[in-house]
Ligand binder design. Structure first.
Ligand SMILES: [Zn+2]
Length: 167
């Protein structure tokens, strides 16, 4: 799984091979994706000061590249559907359990509510993995000049460096 970097301008122009960067499959569609940079590790310290200061700093430092035509394959679609179904299923199930435990009003119910709360958060995390950017596995570099794909498929890397070659 090579780390692949692409100039931001090339991504913004939609000049990408018709191969999925994540799975190496032939692209079945292209997607409009807003790719963003990861928050710097030190920004996490700001969480102590509160969620709002953290968000302000992260948003201020965030670099975005608008990809008008990111290659998207059948596996991307099924991965997205699976994450959404599992995530939303967990959220709904935990919510129902929370209400049921809250109605029970016993000592064991408090523990049940806590478990349901954990399930709820897990559901949000799983559902968040269904966003288009999460599926692409691509990030914008800190300076905003590059799009980085840390775990790109070799077939994508090959197609990127050999334009016009059949894959
Ligand atoms: Zn894919």
């Amino acid at each position: 799984m090579p780390m692949v970097t692409i100039p931001a301008g090339q991504v913004a122009a939609g000049h990408l091979p018709p191969v999925c960067a994540r799975h190496g499959e032939q692209a079945t569609a292209t997607k409009k994706v807003n790719l963003i940079s990861k928050p710097p590790a030190w920004a996490a310290v700001l969480i102590i000061a509160g969620v709002l200061p953290y968000l302000i700093v992260v948003m201020a430092l965030r670099k975005t590249v608008k990809a008008p035509a990111w290659p998207w394959c059948a596996k991307c679609t099924s991965q997205r559907t699976r994450s959404l179904l599992i995530g939303l299923g967990l959220i709904v199930l935990s919510f129902v359990l929370m209400i049921a435990f809250a109605a029970a009003q016993s000592d064991a119910a408090a523990f049940g509510i806590l478990l349901a709360l954990i399930g709820f958060l897990a559901g949000i995390i799983v559902a968040a993995r269904a966003t288009t950017q999460a599926i692409t596995g691509a990030f914008v570099s800190k300076d905003g000049n590059l799009v980085e794909i840390p775990k790109a498929d070799e077939r994508f890397a090959y197609a990127l460096h050999h334009p016009g070659a059949r894959v």
